[in-house]
Write a protein that binds this ligand. Sequence first.
Ligand code: SF4
Ligand code: SF4
Ligand code: SF4
Length: 388
Amino acid sequence: MNTILTDGVIHVTGKCKACDHCTSICPTGAISGLLGEQHHINAAKCLNCGQCLVNCPFGVIEEISMVNDIKAALNDPNKFVVVQTAPAVRVALGEEFGKEPGYNAKGKMFAALRKLGFDKVYDTEFTADLTICEEGTELIHRVFKAVGQAGFEESGPLPQFTSCCPAWIKYAEDNYPKILPHLSSAKSPQQMFGAIAKTYVPEKLGIDPAKIYSVSVMPCTAKKYESQRPEFVASGYQDVDAVITTRELAQMIKDAGINFDQLPEEKADEFVGASTGAATIFGVTGGVMEAALRTAYEVLSGQSLGNVNIEPVRGLKSVRDATIEVPIQALGGQKLPVKVAIVHGTKNAAPLIEDVLAGRSKYHFIEVMNCPGGCINGGGQPIRRDTH
Ligand code: SF4
Ligand code: SF4
Ligand code: SF4
C-alpha cells in the first residue's frame, strides 16, 4: 500500500523554534503562527513547493517520504521497478557527497540507482522533449487561431502559459480558475514519462503493466503531489507510483553503504531513441520557454532559430520578457512579433494574470516556475545551511 498524501506534502514538526522566517517565504500565506508561536501549514492553501523547508533556519520543516514504499517495491519479486531522473537532479546530487555545486553526477547517479536495485534506470530528458513538442505545437495552433488561419478555431486562447510546474498549476487553480484555459494542456515531463512507463515500456519489455512500479527522482517536493493527482491514471494504472527528491536519493545511497566516490560512470538504459538535449535547459527558469519557442519558430517560419539570440529569456530577474520576430510561412512570410515573458515566484505571476483576465496582456507565451531560478533551486534540492 503506497503512502497517500491526504494532508499535503510539507509539514512543520513540533520542534519549530517559532522564529517566523517561513511566513515571509511562503507565496500563498499558507503558514500560520506569530513570532514565538508554533507554526502550522494549511494544506489547502499550500503549493507543496518546499521553499519553506529549504529556508527554515532550524531544519524543522519536513516532507512526506515515499522512501519506504520504494524500498518495499524493490524487495518485491513481483514488481519491476523503473526510475526516471530529472535534469536538475544530476547537477545537485554531488553536493550531498562533498562535490562542488554544479558537479555533474549523472554517470555515478545511474550506477548508484542500479546498485540500489532498480530494474531500469531512465533519463527524463526524452519526455521533456515531448513536453516541449506538445507545448510548442499548442502555441502554434493558438497563434494560427489568433491570426485567423482556417482550421484552428478550436484552439485555446493566447497568451499560453506553461504547465510543467505543479506548484504554479495549483496556484492558478486555487486563486485564478478563470486563467486555466490559457494553461498548456501538455503534461509535465514526469507525468509523460509515467504514462509511457505504464504503457510503452511494459509492451516493449513484454511485462504485465500491473507489475511495473514507476519511481521518479525530482528536485521538487510538489512533484509528489502532482504524481497523486487523480487525472494521471489514463492507462488504468497510476502513472507515477512514488517520487523522491534529490536529498532523499542521496540518503538512500548513504543508507545502503554505497561509496559514491568509487562508483563507475554508467549510462541510462536506452529508452525510445535519443533525446535532443533541449531538456538540459529545462531546470533553469526560461528553459522551457526557450526550448518550446525554438520548436514553434521552426514550424511557423520554416526556418531554424539557430542564430537568433533569445538569451533575454534566461537570467534571474523575477519577471523578464523578450520579443521574437517570427516570419509566418503560411502568411507569405509576414512577420509576427511574438512576445514572451518568464516569471519565477508564483506571486510575481499575479499582475500578469490580472492583465490577461482584463484583456490587456501584450504577451503570447508566459512561463511560470515557482522556485527562485527554476527547478535547480527546487524544494527537493540539497540544503546549504551555511547560507542562512
Ligand atoms: S522558519 Fe522553521 S523554526 Fe522558524 S517558524 Fe518557520 S518552521 Fe518554525
Ligand atoms: S511548501 Fe510552499 S506553499 Fe506550502 S507552506 Fe511551504 S512555502 Fe508555502
Ligand atoms: S519550479 Fe520546479 S522545483 Fe519548483 S515547484 Fe515548480 S517544478 Fe517544482
